[in-house]
Design a protein around this ligand. Structure first.
Ligand code: URA
Length: 438
């Protein structure tokens, strides 16, 4: 076998055997396949799709490419999002679930395409370490009920490589590649249940609800073949979640939400997702009961304490909860104001993510460092009425970026926002819940 013939076969839309998929992944793990060959394979898989058997073989090989954890306790449950703009629920949902007795071993990723990444957001907290040994990871989840790390060279190593390449080669929004990426990480965590926040809409990788359902079912089916119950929430990503977009700004918003002072949509989704985790952990009989437990953990401050414990245990600044201003936020601000009265009809939400990348808050090449301090704060979103000259959003930027901000403002009106004279009908925040124990 060789990389060339496998790429060629996929390029010609033929089905790869389990052995060929395993060989490719093993060689990739050992560093024998170059980035350009892996990228060509990804593009061929993206264009010609992978069959269910190829997806399953890819996931299995990716799991086996690294070390795996296993837990004896039944209450080890994680949550994973398929990615979006301002999508920051891990820092709220995880601590809520952990405060309710769920063990939450979160393995997350960096920014992907136009979407932000939990690992990048966590690293905007001064001192926070996301590179942990597996032993450290396990002992923190045993001790605190919650831990957060990125893929490492020995845990989900192939996802680490492919994820970084997909980020910069326009090969992200593929149902098989997303399935294998998420499921290989989650199955290697040794969890006993998984909640998926499956985003649909203009800021998601799945733009339509039918595609989002297809992705959910692909993961639910794969989970079943490993006896892993999955609950998938189909949630609306036609506009940013919460008000903030940008790494530090989003962490600050999470702290506010954990204090009960955050945006209501963010709180609602976080509580719903946590309720699913509580049910899958066997700690509640229904989502309603799980939701009551989650709400109580939020209102009592127990979830905030869990967040604080997570931060301190991973080297983050111990005063971050009482002094969120310790997070670095760009000093200059510019308000983008409505040009006319009217309702905001829609946002091209993925382009908001692209604006953040252009501002430095996301990557264009896999080696690039991101700037956690830049971002946006939205005062208005689709469905809201605005008067001319009212602020729609504020840009947080550096003094040296004034020209760039001017061009972003032009792009915002030309490509992103659509206004209307009548109130638009919008999809709900949570459209459906699929899978096990719903
Ligand atoms: N999250 C992941 O971990 N992988 C993907 O491919 C998309 C979202």
């Amino acid at each position: 076998m060789n990389a060339y013939s496998i790429i060629e076969k996929k390029r010609d839309a033929q089905t790869l055997s389990d052995e060929e998929v395993r060989w490719f992944v093993t060689e990739l793990t050992q560093g024998h396949i170059k980035d350009y060959q892996a990228s060509a394979f990804l593009m061929a898989a993206f264009i010609n799709d992978l069959s269910p058997s190829e997806t399953s073989a890819l996931t299995k090989a990716m799991i086996e490419s690294g070390r795996r954890l296993s837990f004896d306790e039944p209450n080890v449950v994680d949550k994973h999002s398929t990615g979006g703009i301002g999508d920051k629920t891990s820092f709220i949902t995880g601590p809520i679930a952990a405060a309710c007795g769920v063990k939450v071993p979160m393995v997350a990723g960096r920014g992907l395409g136009h979407t932000g990444g939990t690992v990048d957001k966590a690293e905007s907290i001064p001192g926070f370490k996301t590179a942990l040994t597996l032993e450290n990871f396990r002992s923190l989840v045993e001790k605190n009920n919650i831990v957060l790390m990125g893929q490492t060279d020995d845990f989900a190593p192939v996802d680490k490589t492919l994820y970084a390449l997909r980020d910069v080669t326009a090969t992200i929004n593929s149902i098989p590649l997303i399935t294998a990426s998420i499921m290989s990480k989650k199955l290697a965590e040794g969890i006993r249940g998984l909640v998926i926040d499956l985003k649909f809409g203009s800021g998601a990788f799945m733009k339509t609800v039918p595609d989002a359902r297809r992705l959910a079912l692909s993961m639910i089916e794969l989970g079943r073949s490993y006896d892993l119950p999955i609950m998938a929430f189909l949630t609306n990503m036609n506009w940013p979640l919460g008000e903030s977009v940008g790494n530090s700004l989003e962490v600050i918003e999470c702290i506010e939400t954990l204090k009960g002072q955050g945006p209501k949509d963010l709180e609602e989704i976080s509580v719903e997702l946590a309720s699913g985790m509580i049910v899958l952990a066997g700690l509640a009989d229904s989502r309603l009961q799980g939701k009551q437990m989650a709400q109580k953990a939020l209102e009592s401050g127990a979830a905030l304490k869990k967040f604080e414990q997570l931060v301190k245990s991973q080297g983050g600044h111990p005063d971050i909860v009482s002094r969120p201003s310790l997070l670095s936020v760009a000093r200059e601000t510019h308000s983008i104001k409505a040009q006319e009265d009217g309702y905001i009809e829609s946002f091209e939400n993925d382009k908001i993510g692209r604006l953040l990348v252009d501002l430095g808050g996301g990557r264009k090449t896999k080696e690039e460092q991101i700037d956690p301090s830049v971002g946006f704060k939205f005062a208005k979103k689709p469905g809201d009425f605005v008067k001319a000259q009212e602020t729609i959003l504020t840009v947080f930027h550096h003094d040296s970026q004034k020209d760039l901000v001017e061009s972003l403002e032009k792009r915002f009106f030309r490509e992103i926002v659509e206004m209307s004279q009548s109130k638009p009908t919008l999809d709900p925040l949570i459209l459906d819940v699929l899978g096990d124990r719903t």
